[in-house]
Write a protein that binds this ligand. Structure first.
Ligand code: UFG
Length: 319
């Protein structure tokens, strides 16, 4: 297929673009490099450095694309609370423009990067797609708003659409990994301690209602996530908007993640217990049963050590 990948210079977008190319697809990446890196665009992809809204109408109109994988987004939870306008414009307004460009060009398929943050604080775990969507920050709210817009476009205009609600994406693949200028995610931060770029990892809260008192999250390997995107492209149907949660179905606590990083890096990691971080739910674990059943998705890298090992290999190769 010929595919437009927005945000293909970012973490998840670059890995997915690499896997699409490996599978023989033609890939055009559009990324304004506001948070991405030009050298994260995989070799073999055509790269257009631009705001997707400015170039999507011409690109899609001229190019006979079979689909769009839409990764480009603002994705810092804390920033979204402090500066929601950036998220409503950057995520919702821009995606509506993209949807219009796709409609005008007759682009048939869309795979959208949604998030577990659309659910907010869960009533029960594992979280299924039927769980109530009550986002607790503007990031999750904007992703949920986009999911609703996509549903109406699918129903009214025949788009074959899939939203993938990622839980905690981690790991690396084919030399592409997580390297945000503003890093907030646990695994890359712990690995920065291992490389000496950071003196210690702060453990946000040790009095949560969990076995060791630290928060539990569902870490999913970015390579497995990429597989789900390919399956979504292959199985989506015109006029349908399908939504799938993507996680491992297993949770690991902050302390378990740190212990895994110590095993993989072979040394102790300095950690300091501090207050809870505002807005963190105690436990987030996905039910991915729907993706397994309907997409035929089979995550391959499900242990925390495999995920951390790949993240570590990437970190060591760069820093
Ligand atoms: N944590 C620490 N210390 C740190 C960083 C994180 O203890 O320095 C803890 C957090 O409190 C949390 C866990 O590690 O309990 C994981 O935190 P991350 O920031 O790595 O990930 P989140 O679970 O907060 O965020 C993820 C995605 C978001 C998404 C959110 C909710 O990265 O995009 O889940 O679904 F919005």
């Amino acid at each position: 297929m010929k595919l437009l990948v927005t945000g293909g210079a970012g973490y998840v977008g670059s890995v997915c673009a690499a896997v699409l190319l490996e599978q023989g697809h033609e890939v055009v990446v559009v990324d304004d490099l506001s948070t991405g890196n030009a050298d994260a665009v995989p070799a073999g992809a055509q790269f257009v450095e631009a705001d997707m809204v400015e170039v999507a109408p011409d690109l899609l109109g001229a190019g006979a694309f079979d689909g769009v994988l839409h990764f480009a987004a603002k994705s810092l939870v804390g920033e979204s609370v402090a500066e929601p306008e950036k998220y409503w414009r950057g995520n919702v307004v821009k995606t509506l423009e993209l949807l219009e460009a796709m409609r005008a060009a007759g682009t048939p398929r869309l795979v959208f990067s949604s998030t577990a943050a659309t659910y907010g604080e869960p009533e029960s775990v594992p979280i299924t797609e039927e769980a109530p969507t009550r986002p607790t920050n503007a990031y999750g709210a904007t992703k949920l708003a986009i999911d609703h817009a996509i549903t109406s476009y699918a129903t009214a205009h025949g788009l074959a659409a899939t939203s993938l609600r990622y839980f905690n994406v981690a790991g690396a693949y084919a030399g592409f990994g997580e390297r945000h200028a503003t890093e907030t995610h646990l695994i890359p931060l712990v690995l920065q301690v291992a490389t000496g770029r950071r003196p210690e990892i702060l453990v946000f809260g040790t009095d949560w209602p969990t076995p060791d008192g630290t928060c539990i999250r569902d870490y999913i390997h970015v390579r497995d996530l990429a597989d789900a995107h390919l399956l979504a492209l292959q199985t989506s149907k015109p006029g349908e908007h399908r939504i799938y949660n993507l996680g491992n179905g297993t949770g690991f606590s902050v302390r378990e993640v740190i212990a895994s990083c110590e095993r993989i890096t072979g040394g102790p990691i300095a950690a300091r217990d501090v207050e809870r971080r505002a807005g963190d739910p105690a436990v987030l674990i996905a039910s991915s049963d729907k993706a397994v059943t309907e997409l035929g998705w089979k995550p391959q890298h499900t242990t925390i050590d495999e995920i951390v090992a790949d993240a570590w290999e990437f970190t060591r190769s760069r820093f």
